[in-house]
Design a protein around this ligand. Structure first.
Ligand code: FAD
Length: 545
C-alpha cells in the first residue's frame, strides 16, 4: 500500500466552479447521508487486489490523476441511486457507476472523465436477493462477488447441487463482470449469455425492468430473458445508458463429475494445425468449456516470480532462456499448453477424453501431463478449481512479472482457424519485438470464436515502458482492424480507438449509439466516454483519445 498526496488537488469536473461543486456535494450529503459521500481531495492509495481503490485505476497506463474521481458515493437503495442521478442532472456533474471496481486491465475502478463522481454500488447494495434451487437461477445486487455467491451456495447446502461460473479472479462483481461481457471457464462461461433480467435506473432517473420483469407480478424474470418486444438488455452492457441495480443469472447443475486435463505442444508453429483440431471439437462440445491455449512464457510467469529472477537484461526475454527455465518446471519445456476440463460421470468423460487425446496427438511432440504428478500448489489446480466453479486468486501471480506490475490487454476476437491464430500471433509478435515487451498470449476458445488475450505487463512507475506499452497496444489494435479483427472489450484509455474500428458504413453503429445516448441521457451525465460513446455536450470537443 502506497499513499501519494494528490499533486493536482481535488479533481473537480470541468465546467463547474469549486464553490458550486462543493455546494452540490453538500446537497448530496444531506440527501443520502454524509457518511455515504467521500471527497477525494487528499491522496491516491493504490492498495492491492483485496483492498483495491475505488477512486482510480490502481494499474494506470497514464498519470494516475488522469482517470480519477472527485468523490465517491455509496447508495443503499434503488431510490438513492435515483436521487444521485437526478442530482447529477441538476448540477451537470458526470457520474460513473461501478459495482466492485476490480476491472483490472480495463481501467479498474476509474472513471473515463477526470473528476466524475463515482457511484460505488457494491458497498451497500450487496444482497443475494434470491437463489432458486428448482430453476437453478439467482438474482443479485451489484456488490455480490463470485466468492460471495459461491459461499452462499455452500452455506445453504446447495454447493453440491449447483455451481456458479467464475472468471480467473473471484473478487469481482457477478453483475459488473457480466455487464462488461466478461468470461469464465465452465460451460456457463459466457456470462452475458446466461444472465436473465435486469433492473436499471435510467440517466433521467426512471427505473425499468427488462425481459419478463416488465410484467407486473412476473414469475419468470430469471427463466426467460427476452420477454415481449425489443430485447433491450444489450444496450446496457458495455455502454453508458443506465445503472443496473439487479441482475438475474443462471446457475449450472452439478454435472456429476469433472476432470481437468493438460496437454503441451513443442513448437510455436503447432498453433495453426492445433486450432484446426480444436474448432470442430469445440463446436461439437467435445471440448466443453472456454478452453485456454497459453504461450510457454505465460507458464513461466504464472509461477509468480519476477522476470528479473530469470533475466536481468533490457527488452524481450530471449526464447532460449525461458525454454531452458521451463525445462526445470513440472510441466517441462513447451511452446504452448492447453488447459481443458471434461464434465459428467466417468464413462461420459472417457468417451470425450479419448477423442480429444487421439486428436491432439496428431500434433507431433504433443504430451499429456498426468495430473497425478502435479503437486497441490501447481497452477494446474487453480485452473481445475475455476473450471469447476470455485473462485480463486492464483491468476494474480503473473502480475508480479514486472515490479509495480500493471497490465493492459489486447483482446481481439477471431474465428477459430489456424490462419487467424497465426495472423494475430504474428502481428502481436512483431509489435512486441518493436516495443521490447515480453509476449505472452492466451487463446481463449469460446464456441465459434476465440478471444486472443495478450496481456502486456508493465512497470507502473516506468514512464518510458508505459509509453512503449501504449504504442504497442495502439499499433496492434490498428493492425488487427486492417485484417478484420476487433476487440471484445478494452481499457478506458483505448475505448475511443477501439470504437473507431467498428466503422462500417461511415460509422453507422456509433451514430446509432449516439442517437440512443442523446435520447436517454440528454444532459450527458452518465459515464461520458465509456466504450467510446460521448454525450452531445462532450462529443468532438477534444475528449476523445
Ligand atoms: P466492475 O469494475 O464493478 O464493473 C466493470 C465495469 O462495468 C465498470 O467499470 C462500469 O463501467 C460497468 N458497471 C459496473 N457496474 C455497473 C452497474 N451496476 N451499472 C452500470 N454499469 C456498471 N475478466 C474476465 O472477464 N475473465 C477473466 O478470466 C479475467 N481474468 C483476470 C485475471 C487477472 C490476473 C486480472 C488482474 C483481471 C482479470 N479479469 C478477467 C478482469 C477483471 O478482473 C474482471 O473482469 C472483474 O470481474 C471486473 O471487475 P468487477 O467485477 O469488479 O466489475
Amino acid at each position: 500500500s502506497d499513499k501519494i498526496p494528490l499533486k493536482r488537488g481535488l479533481p473537480i469536473p470541468q465546467g463547474i466552479s469549486e464553490k458550486a461543486f462543493l455546494s452540490a456535494i453538500d446537497e448530496l450529503r444531506t440527501a443520502i447521508g454524509a457518511e455515504n459521500v467521500e471527497l477525494n481531495d487528499k491522496e491516491v492509495n493504490n492498495g492491492w487486489y483485496m483492498e483495491h481503490p475505488n477512486t482510480h485505476d490502481m494499474m494506470p497506463l497514464f498519470d494516475v490523476e488522469e482517470f480519477i474521481a472527485s468523490a465517491v458515493v455509496y447508495p443503499g437503495s434503488v431510490q438513492e441511486v435515483q436521487i444521485i442521478v437526478r442530482w447529477a442532472n441538476k448540477h451537470l456533474i458526470p457520474i460513473f457507476p461501478i459495482s466492485i471496481g476490480r476491472n483490472l486491465g480495463y481501467g479498474g475502478s476509474a472513471p473515463r472523465v477526470r473528476g466524475s463522481v463515482t457511484i460505488d454500488l457494491g458497498r451497500r447494495m450487496n444482497k443475494i436477493l434470491d437463489i432458486n434451487a428448482e430453476d437453478y437461477t439467482c438474482l443479485v445486487e451489484p456488490g455480490v462477488t463470485f466468492y460471495a455467491l459461491y459461499e452462499e451456495l455452500q452455506k445453504r447446502g446447495l454447493g453440491d447441487k449447483m455451481w456458479i461460473d467464475t472468471p480467473d479472479l473471484g473478487g469481482g462483481s457477478v453483475l459488473g463482470n457480466t455487464l462488461d461481457r466478461g468470461v469464465g471457464y465452465t460451460p456457463y462461461g459466457d456470462h452475458w449469455a446466461v444472465h436473465s433480467g435486469l433492473e436499471v435506473v435510467l440517466p433521467k432517473g426512471e427505473v425499468v425492468r427488462t425481459g419478463m420483469g416488465g410484467l407486473e407480478g412476473s414469475n419468470t424474470w430469471q427463466c426467460f430473458p427476452y420477454g415481449f418486444g425489443p430485447y433491450s438488455d444489450g444496450i446496457f452492457s458495455q455502454s453508458n445508458y443506465g445503472i443496473v441495480t439487479k441482475m438475474g443469472m443462471a446457475l449450472m447443475p452439478n454435472p456429476g463429475g469433472f476432470e481437468s486435463f493438460m496437454y503441451t505442444f513443442q513448437n510455436e508453429s503447432d498453433l495453426a494445425p492445433l486450432m484446426e483440431i480444436i474448432r470442430p471439437l469445440r463446436i461439437a462440445n467435445i471440448l466443453e468449456n472456454v478452453a485456454q491455449l497459453r504461450h510457454g512464457l505465460q507458464t513461466l510467469s504464472i509461477q509468480g516470480f519476477p522476470r528479473a529472477k530469470y533475466f536481468k537484461g533490457k527488452g524481450q526475454m530471449p526464447e532460449s532462456i525461458y525454454r531452458e527455465e521451463l525445462k526445470k518446471t513440472k510441466t517441462g519445456d513447451h511452446a504452448w499448453v492447453y488447459y481443458g476440463m471434461s464434465y459428467g460421470p466417468a464413462n461420459i468423460r472417457k468417451f470425450k477424453l479419448d477423442i480429444v487425446d487421439a486428436e491432439f496427438h496428431k500434433i507431433p511432440g504433443c504430451r499429456k501431463i498426468d495430473s497425478k504428478t502435479l503437486p497441490a500448489g501447481e497452477y494446474f489446480w487453480s485452473r481445475d478449481r475455476i473450471a469447476s466453479g470455485t473462485p480463486d486468486l492464483e491468476e494474480l501471480r503473473w502480475v508480479n512479472w514486472m515490479p509495480n506490475g500493471g497490465h493492459i490487454a489486447f483482446s481481439p476476437v477471431s474465428p477459430i482457424r489456424g490462419i487467424d491464430a497465426e495472423r494475430l500471433f504474428a502481428l502481436a509478435k512483431q509489435r512486441h519485438a518493436e516495443a521490447g515487451i515480453d509476449l505472452m498470449p492466451a487463446f481463449c476458445v469460446g464456441l465459434r470464436e476465440m478471444h486472443i488475450i495478450v496481456e502486456i505487463v508493465f512497470d507502473a512507475q516506468d514512464a518510458d515502458m508505459k509509453q512503449k506499452a501504449e504504442k504497442c497496444l495502439r499499433d496492434m489494435i490498428d493492425d488487427a482492424a486492417r485484417l478484420g479483427y476487433g476487440e471484445y472489450r478494452t481499457h478506458l484509455a483505448l475505448m475511443d480507438q477501439v470504437a473507431g474500428t467498428y466503422n462500417w458504413n461511415d460509422g453507422a453503429l456509433m451514430k446509432f449509439n449516439n442517437t440512443l445516448k442523446d435520447a436517454l441521457d440528454p444532459r450527458g451525465i452518465l459515464a461520458p466516454g465509456r466504450c467510446g460513446i460521448w454525450p452531445a455536450r462532450y462529443r468532438q470537443r477534444g475528449w476523445e483519445l
